[in-house]
Ligand binder design. Structure first.
Ligand code: HEC
Ligand code: HEC
Ligand code: HEC
Ligand code: HEC
Ligand code: HEC
Length: 405
């Protein structure tokens, strides 16, 4: 071995050592960085970026006042600890109205009537209050059933109004208001429930008929209680109710719930409304105006009294009025599903080629279903109905003559 090669070798060995130690240090840095990144929670980055946002807009001094570390709103009465403000630090800051989330001032009006220290965040928004990474906090993780009722969910269900889903939560407290500002979708659905006479067949808030199921706590039901065989798309309560409102018979073949011809928007609004009808264990002070009851208007009560005690009382008592008016006897249908019975004597003859007597004893079509399942009438009651309908017919003919004169 000559001297030169020996020297080279030594040099090489020295370099080799150097390379190895450089590689070792690099390796340490990389692992360090990876574990730092792994151990540094996501929210720290949001807090640090918020600090930059504030420093840039309001100066370093303001930025230094921002609280650091996990933040939460604890509401004892509602048993919740919402840590959303760990990232959404700007919620109560003025001047960041045009910022982007989570560094954005919260719409102010709603927090005036619902102070954060009393309501937290998840009371309105849903999500998982205790979690501190975004996906879990927004509730998009396994085993969490109340995801954020926000943009993402609205896009998933193709609901055009992005605050519509949150209104389900608003209505847990505002259920007995006729109308509430900021709840357009639910307001519309409440209006439809009154206009379409859903109460003819359903009990809602303790009032109504028993032809269909009691809807007072419809929102408590879970998807396992429904059949999704004929529902297109994702299996959820929302898709079931929407499809059912658009066409009840498509989902429940033998139902007598009518197809009201609702638009998609109206069907969705009604779905959200019935889903909001949950049991609540809220303390009294969370119920607006301490209003726990659905009080009928005086107009509604007067009308009901008039019909119950008038000449058409039989048809109200036997619940024919759910679907039929009997105009000459002062009976007004709750939901106009069948024809006015004032002219039945004549109409049955021309429509079915049979006498009224014959029809009511051996009905066909809808009335066959109605009289065999929902309103079983004895033979005597049927005779009474026939008698009363003859009387209604005579009155109607007289009315018509009077009009002609
Ligand atoms: C780890 C940080 C983090 C936490 C914790 C967090 N968020 Fe967010 N949030 C974000 C970020 C980032 C955005 C903006 C990006 C986006 O919209 O997905 C956002 C957006 C939002 C939006 C607007 C988007 C929409 O879907 O309407 C709402 C509402 C919201 N968050 C509510 C909440 C609530 C309620 C909580 C607590 C249960 C919460 N967030 C907890 C980071 C967080
Ligand atoms: C009383 C109900 C209520 C409470 C409580 C509430 N919010 Fe909101 N929040 C709303 C409403 C209403 C909106 C506006 C929704 C819309 O118009 O799309 C909103 C909007 C937001 C947005 C989106 C803002 C935007 O313009 O993009 C975020 C983020 C948000 N809230 C987070 C929170 C956080 C975090 C808390 C708790 C500190 C909270 N909210 C508490 C009702 C509430
Ligand atoms: C946990 C129960 C609760 C939730 C959830 C809730 N509210 Fe309220 N809301 C109240 C209470 C309580 C008041 C105070 C009413 C009073 O003064 O009698 C109120 C007041 C209001 C007012 C003012 C009413 C007035 O007459 O001045 C509006 C508007 C309103 N809420 C809309 C909403 C909207 C929109 C949502 C959903 C984003 C919502 N609320 C969610 C309980 C709730
Ligand atoms: C003529 C009687 C009738 C009228 C009017 C009526 N329904 Fe129904 N509804 C029923 C019957 C019967 C069922 C059970 C069979 C079915 O699911 O279709 C039902 C089922 C339902 C269900 C599903 C309940 C469940 O848990 O299975 C909902 C929700 C509902 N109706 C809401 C409404 C609303 C809202 C209106 C008014 C827009 C309305 N209904 C009008 C008879 C009626
Ligand atoms: C759930 C709704 C519903 C109820 C409740 C109901 N009906 Fe009907 N009825 C109908 C429909 C719909 C028709 C139209 C015929 C058809 O579609 O088969 C009809 C038709 C009739 C007809 C024939 C009228 C004509 O002009 O052709 C008579 C008579 C009648 N019903 C009597 C009654 C009586 C009496 C009661 C109460 C005991 C009653 N109905 C309850 C839905 C109802």
């Amino acid at each position: 071995m000559n001297h030169k090669t020996m020297k080279q070798k030594l040099e090489f060995a020295a370099k080799d050592k150097l390379y190895v130690s450089i590689a070792g240090v690099l390796f340490l840095i990389v692992t360090g960085y990876i574990s730092y990144d792994y151990l540094t929670p996501e929210w720290k980055e949001y807090q640090s970026e918020f600090s930059d946002v504030v420093a840039e807009k309001f100066g370093e001094e303001r930025a230094a006042t921002i609280p650091a570390g996990l933040q939460q709103i604890y509401v004892k009465d509602l048993n919740l600890s919402d840590r959303c403000i760990t990232c959404h630090q700007a919620v109560e800051w003025k001047g960041l109205e045009n910022g982007h989330n989570p560094y954005k001032t919260h719409p102010a009006a709603i927090l005036k009537s619902h102070p954060l220290e009393k309501f937290g965040c998840t009371t309105c928004h849903s999500g998982q209050g205790y979690a501190t990474d975004m996906n879990s906090a927004h509730g998009f993780s396994e085993h969490w059933e109340d995801p954020l009722l926000g943009k993402e969910l609205s896009e998933f269900y193709v609901v055009s109004n992005k605050s519509a889903m949150m209104q389900v939560n608003c209505n847990k407290c505002h259920r007995f208001d006729k109308e509430t500002k900021g709840m357009d979708v639910i307001n519309r659905a409440k209006q439809l429930v009154n206009e379409k006479g859903c109460r003819a067949c359903h009990v809602v808030n303790g009032r109504g008929g028993t032809v269909g199921p009691d809807l007072t706590f419809e929102g408590e039901k879970s998807p396992e209680q429904f059949s999704f065989e004929r529902v297109k798309g994702f299996a959820s309560m929302f898709t079931w109710h929407t499809a059912h409102f658009k066409n009840p018979k498509e989902l429940v073949g033998e139902t007598i719930m009518p197809n009201f011809g609702f638009t998609s928007n109206d069907a969705q609004a009604l779905a959200l409304l019935v889903m909001s009808w949950k049991k609540t264990k809220l303390p009294v002070e969370y119920i607006p105006s301490n209003n726990f009851k659905d009080v009928p208007t005086t107009e509604e009560m007067e009308k009901e009294e008039r019909m119950k005690n008038g000449p058409g009382a039989f048809f109200v008592q036997k619940r024919c009025f759910v679907c039929h008016s009997v105009s000459s006897l002062g009976v007004e249908a709750a939901a106009q599903i069948g024809p006015d019975l004032a002219m039945a004597v004549e109409d049955v003859q021309s429509r079915f080629g049979r006498t009224l007597d014959d029809f009511l004893m051996k009905p066909t079509g809808t009335m066959e279903v109605v009289l065999s399942t929902m309103l079983p009438l004895t033979k005597e009651e049927r005779l009474e109905a026939i008698d009363k309908l003859r009387n209604a017919y005579e009155l109607k003919k007289k009315e018509k003559l009077a009009v002609k004169k």
